[in-house]
Design a protein around this ligand. Structure first.
Ligand code: DC
Length: 220
C-alpha cells in the first residue's frame, strides 16, 4: 500500500487540496480531523465536561465511530448516524481541539486510522499523520500558510455558510487553536523530519494541488 501523510494547521487549505489530489491519484482521502470533531460532538451532546480529561476518557466507552467513503467523499458516523454535516461549526472546532489533547482520545482513534492505511492506498490529512500515525508513509507533506491568510480564507468559508463572524474573531480562534495544537504534550503539530514543507499563503487551490502531485509523482 502507498500512503501520503499531509499535516498542517487549521485553514491552510489542507482538506480541499488533499481531497482533490486524492481524487486525481485514485486514493482514499481520509480526513482525520473529522474523527476528533465527532468525539467533540459526542462530548457536547452528552454534557461531558471537556476540561476534565478523565471524564472524557471514561465516556469514550460509549463512542462508536465509523468512516464511510462515497463518491462525494468521506462520511463520518456516530452510533450509526451520519454526523458529517454537524461537525463543521466553530463550537465543534474548539471541542475537537480540546479533546485531541487527551492521550486516551488519540489512542482510541489510532487503530482506526492505521487500519485504513493497511487496507487502502490513502492520502490522510491531520496533524500527526507523518509523525505518529503513519511514520512509514512514502510521502509526507506539511502544508501551511500564515495565520492571517488562513483566517481570511476561513472567514470567507463561514460567510458563505451564513455564519455571522468577524475577521478578528476568526483570527483569534485560529491563533488559539494553533497554540493549543502545537503546545500539547502528546502528538503536537510539528512537521515530520522528512516532511516536505508546502506554504500555500500565496497560491490558490489548484497551485496547492499541483505542488502535492509533483511531490507524490517523484515517489510513485
Ligand atoms: O483538521 P480539523 O480542523 O478538522 O481538526 C480538528 C481538530 O482536531 C484540530 O484542532 C486538531 C485536531 N486534530 C488532531 O489533533 N490530530 C489530527 N490528526 C487531526 C486533527
Amino acid at each position: 500500500m502507498f500512503a501520503i501523510a499531509i499535516d498542517g494547521p487549521a485553514g491552510a487549505g489542507k482538506s480541499s487540496a488533499a481531497k482533490a489530489a486524492a481524487k486525481k491519484l485514485g486514493f482514499i482521502y481520509v480526513d482525520t480531523g473529522a474523527l476528533y470533531r465527532t468525539i467533540g460532538l459526542y462530548m457536547i451532546r452528552n454534557h461531558i465536561p471537556m476540561e476534565e480529561p478523565e471524564k472524557v476518557a471514561a465516556a469514550l466507552a460509549g463512542v462508536q465511530i465509523e468512516l464511510g467513503f462515497r463518491e462525494d467523499g468521506q462520511h463520518v458516523f456516530l452510533g450509526g448516524e451520519d454526523v458529517s454535516e454537524y461537525i463543521r461549526t466553530p463550537e465543534i472546532s474548539m471541542a475537537a481541539s480540546r479533546v485531541s489533547a487527551i492521550p486516551q482520545v488519540r489512542a482510541f482513534l489510532f487503530n482506526l486510522q492505521r487500519s485504513l492505511a493497511e487496507k487502502n492506498n490513502v492520502l490522510m490529512d491531520g496533524r500527526d499523520i507523518g509523525t505518529v500515525v503513519l511514520p512509514n508513509a512514502q510521502v509526507k507533506i506539511f502544508l501551511t500558510a500564515s495565520a492571517e491568510e488562513r483566517a481570511r480564507r476561513r472567514c470567507l468559508e463561514l460567510e458563505q455558510k451564513g455564519e455571522p463572524v468577524t475577521y478578528e474573531e476568526v483570527l483569534a480562534d485560529i491563533q488559539k487553536r494553533d497554540y493549543q495544537d502545537s503546545h500539547r504534550e502528546i502528538a503536537p503539530l510539528v512537521p515530520a523530519e522528512d516532511a516536505v514543507i508546502v506554504d500555500t499563503s500565496n497560491c490558490d487551490l489548484e497551485g496547492a494541488v499541483e505542488q502535492i502531485l509533483q511531490i507524490v509523482y517523484k515517489k510513485l
